[in-house]
Write a protein that binds this ligand. Structure first.
Ligand SMILES: [Fe+2]
Ligand SMILES: [Fe+2]
Length: 269
């Protein structure tokens, strides 16, 4: 099975890059499933129904999120009706939406799990316990033909730990939230593809996708003068291409970077 995971899409420029590049990727790479982290899709903060539909129209199958998932309040009702959007599984009981779901593709079923870290982030339920719950309820090769875990976290240590925690039980564990792609794409000893952070789909002449003036003002003067807005230059689509074998484990992982300012890297298929 061929899976593309794209990191946090930031604002209109990120969405434009998706509409520009994703349809060709789906076709040229014969993708079976496309997952994108959409927590920053609406002006950098959250996601709306209109924007989710725009992403689905461009070829996205599943949208994961993170700490910004509920920044746009309309999502609270929408997520209850739309199975293709997930929020982190380790939010308290009673939170709208769900943190994991099984999707059918032409090549088999894929369980997608979204969890959020707790290091340098808001307090939440244990993401490892949440991942354990989802992976045991729908095991690889039994309940699902492939499993993808989006670990939305700040600390690389916590994301690496999640990779090892799921090793041999998931096809791909990939980090999101820090918006910068890491250079550690690998297949772990148990067969799980892993990268600490997928990177963002954003303008990289920015501070993690946001126009750089306001973050610089806050860092240098300890004062805020306006809210953050996404940088508007051409975005780089950053993500991970992963392929699974007959057991649902990874046979390859390739970083993907296309468009914008970052040096291009594409899988050679
Ligand atoms: Fe993000
Ligand atoms: Fe985030």
């Amino acid at each position: 099975m061929r899976i593309l995971f794209i990191g946090d899409v930031v604002g209109k420029t990120g969405r434009t890059a998706i509409s520009e590049h994703l349809p060709d990727m789906v076709k040229d790479w014969s993708l079976d499933l496309v997952i994108i982290n959409g927590e920053n899709a609406a002006g950098g903060f959250g996601i709306t129904r209109v924007i989710a539909e725009e992403l689905f129209g461009a070829g996205v199958d599943v949208i994961t999120t993170g700490n910004h998932w509920a920044d746009q309040k309309e999502i609270l009702a929408y997520i209850e009706t739309e199975d293709r959007i997930l929020r982190p599984a380790n939010y308290p009981k009673g939170t709208p939406g769900k943190g994991a779901n099984l999707y059918q593709t032409a090549a088999g079923s894929v369980l997608v799990v979204n969890v959020m870290g707790r290091v340098f982030m808001d307090a939440l339920d244990d993401p490892f316990a949440a991942a354990e719950r989802e992976l045991s309820a729908c095991a690889l090769g039994e309940g699902a033909d492939a499993i993808v875990v989006d670990v939305h976290a700040e600390a690389t240590s916590e994301k690496m730990a999640m990779g090892h925690f799921c090793d041999g039980r998931a096809s791909l564990v990939v980090g999101t939230h820090s918006h910068v792609p890491t250079a550690d794409a690998q297949i772990l000893p148990g067969g799980t593809a892993f990268q600490c952070d997928a990177g963002a789909c954003a303008d990289y002449d920015s501070v993690i996708g946001m126009d750089k003036a306001e973050p610089l003002q806050r860092f240098t003067r300890k004062m805020s003068s306006q809210r953050f807005t996404p940088a508007t230059g051409p975005a780089t689509v950053c993500g991970i291409f992963a392929q699974t074998n007959g057991k649902g484990l990874a046979s390859r992982i390739d970083p993907v970077r296309q468009g914008g300012r970052l040096k291009q890297t594409l899988p050679e298929l």
